[in-house]
Design a binder for this molecule. Structure first.
Ligand SMILES: [Zn+2]
Ligand SMILES: [Zn+2]
Ligand SMILES: [Zn+2]
Length: 464
């Protein structure tokens, strides 16, 4: 068994092949089910978010093997008030049945990538740290009768994307709901319709929680004892899906967010959302020279998209602009500063690709078939996938203007980095975000069998 308490069913059966287990081998299926029923072994049980049906389980987790407490400094170093939003699922009574968080940890492992922190995997007794993407980390930990969820942004909590926060909360809520239903039905015989937990939201102290019931009304503020309006963080965890733009009470970027240097990805999103003329005027207003703009147009002829993006990159590289300079510039030009809010927005994917395929890493074959369909968006794709401008330029140089080859190389480079599992789901979101749409992806995977795809992951060492 691996030291993190994970085991596959086949491994366990292999152990039972030994002579001293010969008596139980004929009943291996039954005994395995029994171990699960007794929560000695826990399933990485997961559900298809669209159909609600159960997905196939490969990994099993043996919670009792995971006894070590979290002794890393992750909570004090990374999970800071400036960068973290927190909520808690609070259970009735003083403690939570221990098997429940273990099952929750199992579910988390199947949804997100286990985080490595200073070379250590963040999985301990009642504590798990996960990478949602390169900017957002998730921490789930048990504290008394609470299961606390922290969402940690790399730079500032003011830059947390509300769609991500809402998606993560939804996922955990649904999972917890199902696990609780199971316990209620097995322990009390008849399940009561009421959930055994409710949600509470924290202020920036991260340990001051207020119940969701108090957020019910649409306008009222909800001030905690530290004078913070909890409604602000509540609205990030509960973003209304239909809202594409800022709503009437959008406060804009927070002070802390404004003080940050924008990431390449944020500048790309901003450039997509700005008119070429407006961006030109803004850049000049912020001190860029007209000749630089001229050079940009010369370097990227007929590609306004790249001219805009590299103009913003120029301001970042040369003038070290933060969001504050952009915000001031927009205000002085009498353009709404909500222009910047686009960096916290993410397009919603209406996927028709099954979840078990989306959870897989694209095989070489998929990449080969996908590359020619992508077209002239190598830079946008690379930036959204988290590659640096230098990496993308090297790829373009190396592949000598052969577009499909460039795209293929780009996708392979992205696939190599395992800080976040490079799944088809990540790719789908990126295609939607850059306005390409996911139709090409759907076309390529339509005949793919998820089991074959998983086999390929294992055989090629593609799996985590
Ligand atoms: Zn408070
Ligand atoms: Zn000009
Ligand atoms: Zn706004």
């Amino acid at each position: 068994m691996s030291e993190n308490g994970m085991i596959q069913k086949v491994d366990l059966y292999q152990i039972w092949e030994q002579e001293k287990f010969s008596q139980i081998l004929p009943f291996k299926e039954y005994i395995f089910d029994m171990l699960i029923h007794l929560n000695i072994v826990s399933e990485q049980r997961r559900y298809d978010t669209k159909t609600g049906s159960r997905l196939q389980i490969e990994n099993f987790f043996v919670p009792c093997m995971l006894t070590q407490r979290n002794e890393t400094d992750y909570l004090t170093q990374e999970c800071t008030p400036e960068r973290t939003l927190s909520l808690a699922f609070v259970f009735k009574g003083t403690i939570i049945p221990p098997a429940l968080p273990n099952r929750l940890i199992c579910a988390c492992l199947s949804m997100w990538t286990l985080k490595q922190y200073h070379g250590r995997k963040l999985m301990f007794s009642g504590f798990i740290g996960l990478s949602f993407d390169k900017e957002h980390d998730i921490v789930v930990c048990v504290e008394g009768n609470k299961i606390v969820l922290h969402l940690v942004h790399k730079r500032s909590k003011g830059l947390i994307i509300p769609d991500i926060a809402t998606g993560v909360r939804d996922c955990l809520f649904v999972t917890l709901e199902r696990i609780s239903e199971f316990y209620q039905s097995s322990i009390h015989c008849k399940a009561s319709s009421k959930l055994p937990f409710h949600t509470e939201y924290s202020c920036s102290k991260l340990n001051c929680f207020i119940s969701e019931n108090k957020m019910a009304s649409d306008t009222e503020e909800c001030i905690c004892e530290h004078g913070e309006n909890i409604k602000n963080s509540w609205s990030i965890w509960n973003k209304k899906r239909e809202h594409k733009q800022c709503d009437a009470n959008c406060p804009g970027l927070s002070e802390d967010a404004l003080s940050q240097i924008p990431s390449d990805k944020e500048l790309l999103r901003l450039s997509v959302n700005c008119e070429t003329r407006m961006l030109h005027d803004l850049a000049l207003h912020l001190g860029m020279r007209e000749t630089v703009w001229g050079d940009m147009e010369y370097n990227y002829p007929g590609n306004a998209q790249l001219v805009k993006f590299f103009t913003l990159m120029h301001l970042k590289e040369n003038d070290e602009i933060t969001f504050t300079e952009l915000d001031n510039g927009l205000r002085e030009m009498e353009i709404t500063p909500h222009t910047l809010c686009v960096v916290r927005q993410r397009k919603q994917v209406k996927s028709s690709i099954p979840d078990d395929i989306l959870d897989c890493i694209p095989s070489d074959e998929i990449v080969d078939r996908l590359a020619p369909l992508i077209g002239k968006i190598v830079f946008q794709l690379g930036i959204e996938l988290g590659l640096s401008v230098e990496e993308i330029e090297t790829i373009k140089e190396k592949c000598d203007r052969d577009l499909p080859v460039q795209t293929k190389e780009l996708l392979f480079t992205w696939r190599k980095d395992r800080t976040v599992k490079p799944t088809l789901r990540v790719l789908e979101q990126v295609f939607v975000d850059i306005g390409k749409g996911a139709r090409c992806l759907k076309e390529v995977v339509k005949d793919v069998d998820p089991n074959t795809l998983k086999e390929v992951e294992i055989v090629t060492g593609n799996s985590i």
